[in-house]
Design a protein around this ligand. Structure first.
Ligand code: PDD
Length: 288
């Protein structure tokens, strides 16, 4: 089936996507010198928007990138894109790069070089995705990424390699592991439910992205009286857990039913993952 052509946003203009272009000298293209956000849209509404913008502001701060707009203006651009593309369910992708420096130079260009801001939308199924219902099989992949995984940069080759490896090994996705510990998913955070019903995910530091969905799920779990532990766990902890699941804006929660071919519990989605997803969806749908 042919994909419907969408309207994209480039530096102040809304354009058909085949006319939405950036320069070959853009530092996002040459140096992966850019940051991004992916915000879910459900029933035409942005999910956890202010947290995505707060993380974008932090990413920019860490890299001395200038974000040309504040939260209100960015929200307006997101809403315009939703409207122009008649987006009911899917995502909005935003990317900000250090702009077109007119040449290739490793040093940051002068402050008068304007950053490049691009947004586009994508329709996708989030609420009724079959993987949410049936769970996913994952394989582990050595975490070969850099030491600032807390910044959401567009340097995603390691994640692509991990996903490609998973695909070639008949799995749905990969978990990044280092020294026996699970850091996070290739594009998600990873949680386990321990045998004594505690919800565990690793603590925030430079090794993982501070996921917006992770944050929301931790808050919900606490609200519902679940004991929460933010501490690194080993692959064998996950293999012996009651449940394993991943979280991200594009999946919300997907249960993990197998790691490296080994079943988690009975090899079926766990009840806590399913319940947390339902509650998160209810909350998300009531956001404006
Ligand atoms: N990825 N960890 C990594 C490495 C990620 O790339 C992502 C999100 C997350 C989850 O973050 P959040 O809950 O804020 O989406 C964790 C997005 C969805 C992507 O690259 O498509």
């Amino acid at each position: 089936m042919e994909r419907k052509s969408m309207i994209a946003y480039v530096n102040g203009e809304f354009l058909p996507e085949n006319q939405a272009t950036v320069s070959i000298f853009d530092r996002g293209f040459l140096f992966a010198d850019g940051v991004y956000e992916v915000t879910a849209v459900i029933n035409g509404q942005l999910i956890d928007f202010e947290h995505h913008i707060a993380r974008l502001q932090r990413s920019c701060h860490e890299l001395e990138l200038t974000l040309p707009y504040g939260e209100a203006e960015l929200k307006q651009i997101h809403h315009q894109l939703i409207e122009k593309n008649n987006l009911h369910e899917g995502l909005i992708y935003l990317q900000l790069t250090r702009g077109n420096a007119m040449t290739r130079n490793f040093l940051y260009p002068d402050k008068d070089v304007k950053p490049t801001l691009v947004l586009f939308s994508q329709e996708s199924s989030i609420v009724d995705h079959p993987k949410a219902k049936f769970g996913i099989e994952v394989v582990t992949f050595d975490d070969i990424r850099w030491q600032r995984c807390d910044i959401k940069t567009v340097a995603l080759l390691a994640a692509s390699m991990a996903k490609e490896y998973a695909h070639k090994h008949g799995a749905d996705d990969a978990l990044f592991t280092k020294d026996g510990y699970i850091n996070e998913g290739s594009s998600s955070n990873c949680f386990i439910v321990t045998q004594d019903d505690k919800l565990q995910t690793r603590e925030l530091n430079n090794k993982i992205l501070p996921g917006i969905t992770r944050r929301a799920i931790l808050a919900l779990a606490q609200e519902k009286g679940l004991e929460v532990i933010e501490k690194a766990f080993r692959l064998e902890d996950a293999l012996n857990a009651k449940e394993v699941f991943i979280t991200s804006a594009t999946t919300l929660i997907w249960p993990v039913i197998k790691i490296n071919g080994q079943n988690i519990s009975e090899g079926k989605p766990g009840s806590i993952a399913v319940r947390l997803r339902e509650i998160y969806l209810q909350k998300a749908k009531s956001q404006k």
